[in-house]
Design a protein around this ligand. Structure first.
Ligand SMILES: Cc1cc2nc3c(=O)[nH]c(=O)nc-3n(C[C@H](O)[C@H](O)[C@H](O)COP(=O)(O)OP(=O)(O)OC[C@H]3O[C@@H](n4cnc5c(N)ncnc54)[C@H](O)[C@@H]3O)c2cc1C
Length: 386
């Protein structure tokens, strides 16, 4: 019997090492995430203590090299994101923020001293990072940010508010993007710095097993040693987002796979009108469409992963992957929900949790509309953002 979750045998396209990394993450999710994720989601908690376990597995900044990072290839990183998100988008978000949004800019644009000071501890999960770009009034259009850093008496003084920041309330270090006279710069701000505060956002109905916060900076003082020296302008934060979006292309397929698996299992055991609902043509149509989109999305992720490993992945390619895979993962989750009937609305099954999580994934790291415009510009040469 072919594996119903891999009818096309996509597994045969991965190397032994990639499959081993995937196996280790899958086991971690089965042992450490799945037993408690419903409770964490319900209580609105991310188990911060898991950071060190994720670090010990080599998952933090795993596609970077040196400074305690694993140095895995992009496909392995993608597979890890897929397996983590099959557990919960909150775990994949934690790993994306730590590795792609916080460690990556230090690794790419930081001084040698900054790299040595932060990266090994971040790779081990001993130091948690957050990435502050979005502001209350500037989401899709972050270049108009109000957060400012001004040089006074040789010190940088930062003022502003960042919004919707993953890990904000549990972070030790914030990468804050602020406007300066020279353009946007990245600042390393310890969260115990005077004038810095984080307020967690409550009453979320999506990504509940993840901390999301507002960051407030009131006359926070920093020195030149706390500025990322290697980049000025929006290229800095945008290049980090491209890294993290790449992980989402894979991660979304993890949430989709978990939903298909749950719906498939349920459909074989739930009996109505004297037979399993899996035996009805309408249910099979739903399952078949879900399987087709899961396989197509996984192939797309793999194609982008191989391009990234060959150093030829462009931001518009990542936009295509994020737009398609998150859209299709959401469609799969919604369809799976219908197969589970009333049971599908409870946390006894993973489906509605994934479905709600994917609403955040659709919006963060560039909304589906913004990725559509990126692809539109690549197609036509016309910029339709403003
Ligand atoms: C759970 C969660 C975690 C997050 N974590 C982080 C984080 O760690 N760090 C961080 O910096 N940010 C984070 N974000 C913020 C996220 O990146 C923003 O929410 C996102 O960029 C969209 O911004 P917005 O919510 O302000 O929506 P807006 O930009 O106000 O958009 C509202 C709507 O208008 C549409 N729109 C905007 N401009 C255009 C246009 N030109 N043409 C057509 N439609 C348009 C959008 O697509 C959207 O549908 C997070 C968000 C969430 C929900």
């Amino acid at each position: 019997m072919p594996d119903p979750l891999d009818l096309l045998e996509i597994d045969s396209l991965f190397s032994q090492e990639e499959l081993e990394i995937r196996g280790a993450v899958r086991e971690f999710v089965r042992e450490r995430v799945l037993p408690d994720i419903g409770d964490w989601f319900e209580r609105g908690q991310f188990p911060k203590e898991m950071a060190k376990e994720l670090g010990a597995l080599g998952l933090l900044g795993m596609h970077l090299s040196g400074y305690g990072a694993l140095g895995a290839n992009a496909v392995s990183y993608g597979l890890a994101c897929l397996e983590l998100e099959a557990g919960d988008s909150g775990f994949r978000s934690f790993v994306s923020v730590q590795g792609s949004l916080c460690m990556f800019p230090i690794w790419k644009y930081g001084s040698e001293e900054q790299k040595e000071r932060f990266l090994p501890k971040m790779a081990a999960g001993e130091l948690i990072g957050c990435f502050g770009l979005t502001e209350p009034d500037f989401g899709s259009d972050p270049s108009r940010m109000r957060t400012r850093a001004e040089k006074r008496d040789g010190k940088w003084i930062l003022n502003g508010t960042k919004m919707w920041i993953t890990n904000g309330g549990i972070a030790d270090i914030a990468i804050v993007w602020a406007n300066t006279e020279e353009g946007v710069r990245g600042f390393l701000v310890p969260t115990d710095a005077e004038g810095f505060s984080a307020n967690d956002i409550h009453r979320k109905l999506s990504l509940r097993a993840s901390v999301t916060s507002e960051l407030v900076l009131e006359n926070v003082e920093r020195s030149d040693a706390d500025v990322l020296p290697g980049v000025t302008g929006m290229k800095g934060p945008l290049s980090c987002l491209s890294e993290a979006r790449y992980g989402i292309v894979w991660g979304a397929m993890g949430a989709a796979r978990a939903c298909l698996e749950s719906a498939l299992e349920y459909s074989k055991t739930r009996v109505q009108f004297g037979k399993p609902i899996a035996a009805f043509q309408l249910t099979q149509e739903k399952l078949a469409n879900m399987a087709v989109e899961l396989e197509k999305g996984t192939l797309l992720a793999l194609h982008l992963g191989r391009m990234k490993d060959e150093g030829r992945l462009r931001p518009e390619d990542v936009s295509m992957g994020k737009l398609n895979n998150v859209r299709e993962a959401l469609a799969i989750a919604r369809e799976a929900r219908t197969i589970l009937g009333a049971s599908g609305i409870t946390l006894e099954y993973p489906v509605i949790r994934h479905m709600n999580n994917l609403e955040s994934v659709l919006t963060y790291e560039g909304t589906s509309e913004i990725h559509t415009l990126v692809i539109g510009q690549a197609l036509t040469g016309e910029r339709a953002f403003d």
